[in-house]
Design a protein around this ligand. Structure first.
Ligand code: BGC
Length: 384
């Protein structure tokens, strides 16, 4: 996997563009693209550049379940769609199913050329796909599969592997603690990825629970990936277990942050390994502080590029081109349908490899190395 790491964590320099996009500054050069493609906001889609091939709609699911959607996905998608010559209308449903449906209706009515969606739940995603199909608009499932849906293509990471990486890291951290007590704080029970992460974790952990090498205290899914609820749930489980825990599987960095807050209250942070996912700024800082043991880095630039490429091909009716690009297959667990897919490789990041995420341009040293982290940053060679 070392090679995969080298391959995927390549410099992307997103942050300068991301910050500039947020500020509405013109940064997207080339392809006759218009920088306003990235600044979709409450004011609606940016006007199409003269050479625009049309508008592609993107709806992201939430902001509160992970920092990834606004920090990484949005600017990378804006950039990729703009480079492909399209005007991007990127919105976020803020975890609100009605809002998601409303945004999609608006985009379909306005005649977007394609839709890229990561939905708060699969039902609303599948409904939107049906409406889009009726209107002749191709759809791409982005990161999350809308089970029972009809998306033309799917782009995601190997989500089972995400769980395997998390569990392997936890097992390694607990190798000298026989019968270590583990609490698992998972994602939303009705979100396909959360189940795949769990499946991957269990492929490693279940045999160890059975053999007695590890002891499962509780394995708990958290509705809506609600980070705050993850924290309070973890606190209840911990209290009920006499404040005893040796390791925590937290499904993503947001859950890990909520768990670490509770561990801090109990004087246990830094003593109990906690997993994560998404390589968010807060997650990486927790790793540098020693409170979180790992995160899973997903090269979201590659994911955004692939989704934009498929949307761009499908938008101009180049089905053969899109089919060739989406070489892999995913199976919808609900319908059994095969979906042409692009599947990417996730990678572990721990303290020794945080620098790679900085070098790749996903976060800057200036953002990461707050005063309390200056010494550890220096010792790891992370400098601005
Ligand atoms: C994504 C994760 C994210 C989680 C919560 C999942 O579908 O794959 O990267 O942390 O949703 O937003």
């Amino acid at each position: 996997m070392a090679n995969a790491t080298v391959r995927h964590i390549s410099r992307v320099g997103v942050l300068r563009s991301a910050a500039a996009l947020a500020a509405g500054v013109l940064v997207l050069a080339g392809c006759g693209a218009n920088a306003s493609a990235g600044s979709s906001s409450a004011s609606g889609p940016a006007p199409a550049p003269a050479e625009s091939k049309g508008t592609i709609g993107v709806i992201l699911p939430e902001t509160a379940t992970s920092a990834r959607w606004e920090a990484f996905d949005k600017p990378f998608l804006a950039d990729a769609l703009s480079r492909a010559g399209f005007t991007a209308n990127i919105q976020n449903a803020q975890g609100d199913v009605q809002k998601f449906a409303g945004l999609a209706d608006g985009m379909i009515a306005s005649g977007v050329k394609a839709l890229i969606i990561a939905s708060p739940n699969a039902q609303v995603g599948a409904t939107v796909e049906q409406k889009a199909k009726q209107a002749g608009i191709p759809t791409i499932d982005y990161d999350r599969l809308n089970t029972g849906g009809s998306a033309d293509y799917y782009v995601t990471f190997d989500n089972v592997k995400v769980g395997v990486l998390q569990a392997n890291a936890l097992v390694a951290a607990l190798k000298d603690k026989p019968a270590a007590e583990v609490i698992q704080i998972e994602g939303a029970p009705d979100e396909n990825n959360a189940n795949l992460f769990h499946q991957g974790q269990m492929s490693v952990l279940d045999p160890l629970y059975k053999s007695g090498q590890l002891k499962l205290v509780r394995d708990q899914f958290i509705p809506d990936w609600n980070n705050q609820l993850g924290g309070t749930t973890f606190e209840q489980i911990l209290t009920a277990n006499g404040s005893k825990v040796d390791g925590v599987v937290a499904a993503n960095d947001g859950m890990a942050g909520a768990v670490i807050t509770v561990l801090q209250k109990n004087g246990l942070n830094g003593k109990v390994p906690v997993t994560g996912q998404d390589a968010t700024l807060a997650g990486l800082q927790s790793i540098l502080r020693g409170d979180q043991s790992m995160t899973v880095f997903k090269a979201i630039k590659l994911e955004a590029d692939a989704a934009a490429k498929l949307a761009a091909l499908a938008a101009v009716g180049d089905t053969a081109g899109a089919d060739t690009y989406a070489k892999q297959q995913s199976v919808d667990p609900k319908s059994g349908r095969n979906i042409k897919s692009v599947l990417l490789d996730p990678e572990v990041v721990d303290k020794s490899s945080v620098k790679k995420v900085v070098d790749a341009g996903y976060v800057t040293a200036a953002q990461l190395c707050t005063t309390d982290l200056a010494t550890v940053c220096r010792s790891l060679g992370i400098t601005s």
